[in-house]
Design a protein around this ligand. Structure first.
Ligand code: SAJ
Length: 431
């Protein structure tokens, strides 16, 4: 018997289980991946997440955390499994369904079931609630049911789980109150009560908001390239307006949340989501646009492109959905040999693209280098680091490198969102 059973020990489930254990409740963490369970039992975690190692060690040392393969009778069940959604297709709820079915044999009257997985609006009551009703018990009459989305930023997961405000969406106010009691054990943020449908909708709105606003920055950066404006400076100036906050343009939107979650809304409500679909197209179109600009700068098929960065964002080792891979694939399809470097992503094949941690090897004989990820360690790159290149073209998609130093050493530096090559890019578009 545990107090809380957390199902799915991924980037949210594991730290949540540990924070609960460290707050003094007996937690059983469950995962269907036997390797993950045995790694955890021998004290190993994914070290790249700040503070996670210490948290896991403390949770095991407290004696309150166990991990295993199947749920046991518990007061509360927290479902933290993935809900993948492919562009143009509906959400794949199979992991939520099987996690829910795994609770059925141990569910008891008075229990609380919480869903954290990002899901289409209505999943908690219509999918999880209905599946659990097969127990002969009804949600709300016999057990409590709530939807409580996480809002953590990968890389800062532990701190954000503790500090962020949270939405607690209950099928009834009583369910929300029960769930609030659980999160209050470790959260110092505000715990705001609402219903399950609203909480589900909020999670999707939050990430769609971000995607649309990044697309807006990317659309502005394209106009800047055509007009000779420096978008980085222009955004800084525009953001002096007290009610304007334009985000940063870049090589596209990666990760497993922002480019994915809008599809929950687009596939469910195609007629009302033209804006969200357009944003997806703009953001996904950035890698192809970057290659067009390299071609406009004179790069020819057969010449090697070095891609700096495989992680989807700065200073993390997570390559999921990284625009680097779209860029590498697109370039390879057009006949450019490509090498991808990252200081954090484990070397090997990711998304069908080879990633290496040898920077000089990646740059060797490259005609062009493209800075994709704004890792802090890349900021310090000077002209000497680019010396192994055979060509002189550097394309900075983040407005990030020390352009003066590079130019002094004879490199030709172009930056995403800075005009000057508009005409050449136009010609490439028309060819
Ligand atoms: N990006 C830009 N321009 C910007 C900001 C980001 O191009 O101005 C790109 C990044 O380079 C990256 C991608 O967007 O490729 C996403 O990065 P991110 O740091 O903005 O977000 P994630 O995906 O790491 O985490 C998001 C967060 N959601 C929001 O900010 C609304 C996080 O709070 C969520 O919990 C998480 O998704 C999730 O699990 O949904």
């Amino acid at each position: 018997m545990a107090d809380v059973c957390v199902i799915g020990l991924g980037y949210v489930g594991l730290p949540t289980a540990c924070l609960l254990a460290n707050s003094g409740v007996r937690v059983l963490g469950v995962d269907t991946n036997a390797d993950k369970v045995s790694a955890l039992n021998s004290g190993r975690t994914r070290a790249a997440e700040t503070g996670l190692d210490t948290l896991v060690l403390a949770a095991f040392a407290s004696g309150n955390l166990r991990v295993g393969a199947a749920p046991e009778p518990s007061e509360t069940f927290v479902i933290c499994v993935p809900t993948p959604v492919a562009p143009g297709e509906g959400a794949d709820l199979s992991a939520v369904e099987s996690a829910t079915r795994s609770i059925l044999p141990v569910l008891a009257r008075g229990n609380l079931v919480i869903v954290e997985s990002t899901s289409p609006v209505g999943t908690t009551r219509n999918c999880v609630g209905r599946l659990l009703a097969a127990s002969g018990m009804e949600p709300e009459t016999d057990f409590h049911l709530a939807y409580c989305p996480e809002r953590v930023l990968p890389g800062k997961t532990v701190a954000e789980l503790v500090n962020n405000d949270r939405l607690i969406g209950g099928l009834t106010p009583a369910s929300a109150e029960r769930a609030k009691g659980l999160y209050a054990r470790f959260s110092s943020g505000r715990l705001v009560l609402t219903d399950d449908l609203t909480a589900e909708m909020c999670k999707l709105m939050e990430n769609a908001f971000r995607d649309v606003n990044i697309a807006l920055a990317n659309a502005f950066s394209r106009i800047a390239e055509e007009t000779g404006v420096d978008i980085w400076q222009a955004i800084g100036h525009a953001n002096l307006h007290p009610r304007v906050n334009i985000l940063q343009p870049g090589p596209g939107v990666g990760g497993h949340c922002i480019p994915v979650d809008p599809w929950f809304l687009i596939t469910g409500f195609p007629e009302d989501t033209a804006l969200l679909r357009a944003a997806r197209e703009i953001n996904d179109g950035q890698p192809a646009r970057i290659i067009k600009r390299l071609v406009a700068c004179g790069l020819a098929p057969g010449e090697k492109i070095a891609v700096l960065g495989a992680a989807y964002k700065a200073n993390v080792d997570d390559p999921r959905g990284s625009p680097s891979f779209a860029l590498a694939r697109e370039a390879a399809a057009l006949g450019f040999p490509v090498a991808v470097h990252d200081p954090f992503v484990p070397p090997g094949e990711h998304d069908g693209v080879a990633v290496a941690d040898d920077l000089a090897g990646c740059l060797a004989e490259a005609a062009a280098a493209v800075l994709v990820t704004d890792h802090e360690s890349y900021r310090r790159l000077g002209s000497g680091d680019f010396a192994p290149m055979s060509g002189k073209l550097i394309y900075d998609t983040r407005g990030f490198l020390d352009h003066d130093d590079l130019r002094r050493a004879g490199f030709v530096v172009h930056t995403l969102g800075i005009g000057g090559k508009g005409e050449a890019a136009d010609k490439a578009d028309q060819s």
